[in-house]
Design a protein around this ligand. Structure first.
Ligand code: HGY
Ligand code: MN
Ligand code: MN
Length: 417
């Protein structure tokens, strides 16, 4: 194999840069972020690229065009992970692009565009609760208020950036709008079962689902678990449990609208957290997705209204704050067709499919047209889990498709945005 075996070996090396071995957890601006960034920068340089950290800790590799003043094509993905993650989410998109450049450089070939490969430092938002930090700065939607966001230890994003050697005040310098970028094309594992179930190694993404994230806080009244009668309680956790089931009910309702509406409560915390005390404070988060923005907004509103009704009935107080909202990101039809043609040239069936997962690509539409190439996941398509897996053969095919796209796609001048 030209690419696949190396890519999986490199992913194994990166998996060792983790905060909680043998699991894979790598969060923003940590020593593990630095280890992964240094390793990826070394792979980029070996492949014939310039590579550097930018002000927000992303690693930016560049393979210059044959001529100066050429347009820019960007790719990349994220080098951070969720907790107890797999080893291909994000990283595959970086490694496959570096493999393409290594092959071009070995053949002494340059492209009709500057090719930028970005390893984003934070897409998952695990440490500071803010997601897509690097890509949003490049896409022009960075909010400087995030610099005051704090991690669990009370460190602000600003201080963590300074400690990492970044420059928090230079976030504007990352903005790629109006900078000659003509396309952003990201490769990523599917993180679902569609390609696996249909026996296909790769697919072309049609759109990236919209998402909203809600922080919910429920306040009741603590009390002695042995003495407070059931009818006199204001149990914050029992109320929150009803709210969690409301999320599931609303997201599962037939005709809830929109393609693949999903709702997830991924985190919940009860305080004081003692076995013999009625919970007084509960905080949890809701993640709502759909390919249809209106359906996602309707579902989120219905959930919040249910939370209020449950709180009234149980005499507790609930607050809910939508702290993250991103519209669905359609993929450019011409770029989709170019990826489809590259897949067809490999003699493969072309399958177009939506992405239920969010990706760095989804914040690039203000910069340029976007597209994504999916590669099959094994183990039922599981992801955000240690069992996440892919094969060297599929990594080989996806990289060959991406390389074909890079060598055949002709950039148009950047459209005014
Ligand atoms: O949540 C997502 O869809 C992505 O993995 N950050
Ligand atoms: Mn992820
Ligand atoms: Mn990802």
């Amino acid at each position: 194999m030209r690419f696949g075996t190396d890519i999986l070996r490199q992913a194994d090396v990166l998996a060792a840069f983790t905060e909680d071995p043998p699991g894979v957890t790598r969060t923003y601006l940590t020593p593990q972020h630095r280890q992964a960034g240094d390793y990826l920068a070394s792979l980029m340089r070996e492949a014939g690229m310039e590579a550097r950290y930018d002000a927000l800790g992303n690693v930016v590799g560049r393979y210059a065009a044959a001529r100066s003043g050429a347009p820019v094509v960007m790719t990349g993905s994220h080098m951070d992970s969720v907790r107890d993650a797999g080893r291909y989410d994000g990283l595959f998109g970086i490694l496959t692009a570096i493999a393409c450049v290594r092959d071009l450089h070995r053949r002494g070939k340059r492209l009709p565009f500057d090719f930028e490969v970005v390893a984003f430092g934070d897409e998952e938002g695990v440490r500071f609760g803010v997601t897509l930090i690097g890509s949003k700065a490049m896409g022009g939607s960075f909010d400087p208020a995030w610099l005051d966001a704090k991690d669990a230890g009370g460190t602000t994003l600003r201080d963590a950036l300074l400690a990492f050697g970044g420059d928090p005040e230079a976030w504007r310098s990352l903005d790629r709008r109006g900078k000659g970028v003509v396309a952003y094309v990201e490769s990523h594992i599917e993180q679902g079962p569609v390609l696996l179930n249909e026996g296909l190694p790769v697919g072309v993404v049609t759109a990236i689902a919209s998402g909203a994230r809600v922080r919910v806080s429920v306040t009741g009244l603590a009390g002695h678990a042995g003495t407070v009668p059931m009818g006199a309680r204001r149990d914050a956790l029992a109320a929150a449990a009803e709210m969690v089931l409301a999320v599931e009910r609303i997201a599962s309702a037939p005709g809830a609208g929109g393609s693949a509406l999903v709702g997830t409560v991924g985190t919940i915390e009860a305080r004081p957290g003692a076995i013999n005390v009625i919970p007084q404070e509960v905080s949890f988060t809701v993640d709502v997705r759909s390919g249809d923005d209106a359906a996602r907004r309707r579902a989120t509103q219905a959930m919040r209204e249910d939370f209020d009704a449950i709180a009234r009935r149980r005499s507790v107080v609930v607050t809910s704050d939508v702290f993250y909202e991103l519209p669905a990101a359609p993929c450019d039809p011409a770029l989709q067709d170019a990826l489809a043609a590259s897949i067809a040239r490999q003699g493969l069936t072309v399958r177009r499919l939506p992405s239920g997962a969010g990706h760095d690509a989804m914040v690039f539409p203000p910069v340029c047209p976007i597209a994504m190439l999916f590669v099959r996941c094994g183990a039922g398509g599981i992801s955000h889990h240690p069992d996440e897996t892919m094969t060297a053969g599929d990594a080989e095919i996806a990289t060959a498709v991406f390389l074909d796209f890079l060598e055949t796609w002709i950039p148009r001048a950047p459209a005014p945005r």
